[in-house]
Design a protein around this ligand. Sequence first.
Ligand code: T3D
Length: 255
Amino acid sequence: MEPVKYELSGSVATITLNRPDRLNAINRQTLAALSEYLEQTAASGARVLVLRGAGRAFCAGQDLEEARGGELDYEAHLESYNRVFRQIRELPLPVVAAVQGVAAGAGMSLALAADYRLLSESAVFITAFARIGLAPDTGMTYTLPRLVGWGRAFELLALSPEVAAAEALELGLANRVVADEAFEEELQAVAGLLASGPTLVHSLIKKALDYSATHPAAEVLAYEAALQKLAGASHDHREGLAAFAEKRRPDFKGR
Ligand code: T3D
């Protein structure tokens, strides 16, 4: 069975982690395929990417059987994880993590690297690293404190509780939580809405938010101005103005 599946339907790309009997735990093959499909998505005409898991889980993190085998070169292995994190953040389109069931360890890191998290009521986040005596990785110390605040981040990392969907929403780890039976419909709606938006602007929003997380205000203002120059010269800005004047919905073209 392929460890990861890829599908492009219209302008919606979907990457599915596909080791359901291991709760989609990530091994070397998974990481390599994930990275390849992220590259493929960047080169495609996709305007939104959905990242999800097959079966009852989103992803249980690093494959612990592989880790226990003692064959992992942690430094090289982490570079593969980090590459995937960077690819998600640098993808010039929104990434929606569709989280059903558990997202643990690096699986949670991947969900947090996404731009939008849609959770089903069955979703559970577990940072998990400390449970097995590991420090957090795959960008979790970048994303988690920015989403939930410093104190909560420490608690979630150090004590590694199970965070159910309703609490995840309250903490800021989820954008929306929907009933399990409404999940597919809601996912299509969110993906469709993002895919029909101004994709160039979505990519600039990603860049601006990442930049603002690590730069002082004066530099952030200069960066915003530089990005606005790009947006201001775009088809989608001209189309947005025309649609406003003509009292119709804009037909954004995206990238
Ligand atoms: O460079 C590096 O390598 C470091 C990177 C580390 C990054 C990390 O991700 S560290 C965190 C790794 N993940 C975990 O510690 C989570 C381990 N899994 C669990 O704690 C539990 O499975 C869950 C809480 C996620 C779910 O529990 P439950 O009761 O719903 O399911 P289960 O029965 O435990 O799991 C079902 C099967 O999936 C089971 O196999 P079996 O008994 O049916 O043959 C279980 O062994 C397997 N499985 C679950 N998680 C993993 C896994 N197999 C390999 N690796 C896993 N991570």
